[in-house]
Structure formats: structure tokens, C-alpha cells
Design a protein around this ligand. Sequence first.
Ligand SMILES: NC(=O)c1ccc[n+]([C@@H]2O[C@H](COP(=O)([O-])OP(=O)(O)OC[C@H]3O[C@@H](n4cnc5c(N)ncnc54)[C@H](O)[C@@H]3O)[C@@H](O)[C@H]2O)c1
Length: 382
Amino acid sequence: MRVLVLGGDGYLGWATAMHLSAVGHDVCVCDNFLGRKLHQQFDCEPLFPVPQLEERARIWGEYSGRHIEVKIGDLTNWAFTLRLFNDFQPEAVIHYAELPSAPFSMADQECSALVLHNNLGTTHNIVHAVHETCPHAHIIKLGTMGEYGTPNIDIEEGWIEVAHKGRTDKFLYPRQGGSLYHTTKIMDTDLLWFYVRIWKLRVTDLMQGPVYGIATKESQLNPALMPHFSYDAVFGTVLNRFVVQAVAGIPLTVYGRGTQRRGFLNINDTLQCIRLVVENPAAEGELRICNQFVEVFSIVDLASRVVSAARTLGIDVEVSFLDNPRAEAETHYYNPTHTKLPELGLQPHLLTEETLIEMIKLVQSFRDRIDSKHILPKVRWQ
Ligand SMILES: NC(=O)c1ccc[n+]([C@@H]2O[C@H](COP(=O)([O-])OP(=O)(O)OC[C@H]3O[C@@H](n4cnc5c(N)ncnc54)[C@H](O)[C@@H]3O)[C@@H](O)[C@H]2O)c1
């Protein structure tokens, strides 16, 4: 299939592009390097050096014999977006091109405005470009499990049937984001649902949990193909950050009591889920919502797993409980459903001690690049 990977320079985008290219799809990646610019602005470089996107595509071509087309441009720019879709005529569009950081979205008015306009702006343009140039294409949009928040009832996969005064109907499951970033994802879902109803688009919205992991089959071919791996308090996800902290000997920073529970997945499972969804598209006029995670852990549980894996390698690291910079329930009910992706064939990678040891070893070889000043959270919600 002809697959457009939007946000293809990012942590998940580049790994996805290589994976889909490796299994035989024709891939075009697009990015405007906004992620890189913000990392530079916050002076927090990724752990591994990341060559420019064109250079990575060239190296991938050398190793795989497969071509990945690269387009540089801003998807909030309508003329650019329309041209991109018109020229490439995708059959599937993977929409990663958003600013994914909750702390960044809570830093100040300028940051929150950028997240709001960028995330809704890309989604809005992508929907219109599909409608105008390739109305049968399947849009695969990355949402987040954080859209649901932590309700005191089971979390369904996107939809819930409500019985009210003797009548029933099906609605989007109630959502309540814990940051402006999560709120933009909720708004994205509403936007998609609106256009699915009006234009009969085919859309899959993946409610993804926090992703961890570094190596994928394709990135192991050459260090220049590694993902854009962040470990700082603004852009890094929790488990990736803990692994780097362990290697640097910095106590693992658990926010509050660490009893918050979330659904996690390995980057290799993100790749599997995306491939399964690309190859099994939603129907026309369907907004399919899948909860994309594999295992639920509390944050303190993750920290103790990292401590124990590090100990196996002779590294002693402690856990440090910080005042929670976020406004979130620390003790809460959490029982999210996640059956649709396993039904499509997902074979989960579980978080084993071996997985953590592999990650720690890989991070150890880049230990000199760890900058400890970016580990402590500086953005507070209140
Ligand atoms: N990484 C996770 O744990 C996780 C979890 C749940 C959901 N997600 C979602 O998955 C997607 C990808 O996440 P990621 O971790 O790879 O993020 P990332 O920041 O590494 O990648 C996003 C990429 O999109 C690009 N981009 C942003 N705005 C753009 C624009 N206007 N035009 C063109 N390119 C633009 C950025 O430059 C960046 O390269 C995001 O939408 C994120 O919200 C990620």
C-alpha cells in the first residue's frame, strides 16, 4: 500500500516508516522538524545522535534496498498539505504529526497555544486533504489513553452504550484529559467523528498508552537509524526516563506516591499495531477506536522493576518521591478494555527483566551524552 507517515522524524514515526517499508509498503514520510526545534529550544538533545531525515532515509535505502520518500513541510500549512496528498495519493495515512508533551502544553500560554493550534491544525488539514484528494484513504490517528482520564468505571474501547429514561444510544466514551495536550487529543477525536459522519471517511483512532523501548528490528541495522529517544522531564516518557536515570545513577523521580496506573506498550508493539491497522482498514463511514496498550502498571511498580533490572547489572539506584507537579488522581480505579488489537493479531511484547536489561545496556553505551539537568520536572500544573 501507499502509506504516508506524518511526523516521520519523531520517536515513533521513523521506526514506523522503516517497519512498513521493510514489509513491502511504499512509504513517504513528512515532518517539519518542529519536535527537533523545541528540543533545541529547551536545550535537551535526544540520547542518541539523530541524523537529518533525508540522511536516515538514504542510510535505510542502503541497508534495505527500499526507498522512503521524504517531504519536509508544515502540515498546518494548507497549500503544502494539499500538494503532499495530491502528489502521493496515499491509501493509508498515519497521523503522528502533533506535539505530544503534556508538560510542554502546561508550561505557559505560548506553549499551550502552540500545542492547541498545531495539533488541531494538522488534524483539520489532513481530514480536508483526504476528502479532496483521496477520499477512500484510511486515516490512522494517534490518540492517547489519557483522553479517558481515570474514571471510576471500566474504560471501554472508545464507545459506550448509555441507557437513559428507558431509551439507549451509543456515544463516544466520556473523556476528561489531565493536560492541555490530552485535551487537544479529545478535540481531535471529536473533529474526526464529525467528519466521519459528514463525509463518510474511514478512520481509526488509536488510544495509545505511554510507549517505552529503543531498539526495533530495523533500527538495529545501523546506529544512525535509532529513534529520536528523549529522556528529559518535558519530552521523555516515564519508563524511558527511568532507564536513563538508572544508568546515570540519578534516583528515579516518581511523581507523588506513584500509585497512578497507566497502560504501557513496547515500541515494537506500536509498530505491530500500526501494521495490523494499516492492513485491516476501518470501513467507510466508521470511526474505529482501539485502546493501544499491552500491560497496566503503576509508576512505582515500573520504578521498582527498573531498580531490580539495574541491580542485576551491578547498578545501585534509588527511588525518589517528588511532590507531584501534575494535577492527577494518585489512587484510582483503572480497568481499561483492550481487545480489538489482539483480535487483529497483536502478539504482545511483555515488560520482562530481559527487556529492561537490554534497554539499560544500550543506554550505557551512550552514557556520556546524558545531561542530568533535564531530569527534574520544572513545569507545574498549578
Ligand atoms: N510516545 C508515546 O508514548 C505516545 C503515547 C501516546 C500517543 N502518542 C502520540 O503518537 C504520536 C507520535 O508520538 P512521538 O512520541 O513519536 O512524538 P514525536 O514528538 O517524537 O514525533 C512527532 C513528530 O511530528 C512532527 N510534527 C509536529 N507538528 C508537525 C507539523 N505541524 N507538521 C509536520 N510535522 C509535525 C514533529 O516534528 C515530530 O517529529 C503523537 O501524536 C503522540 O501524541 C505518543
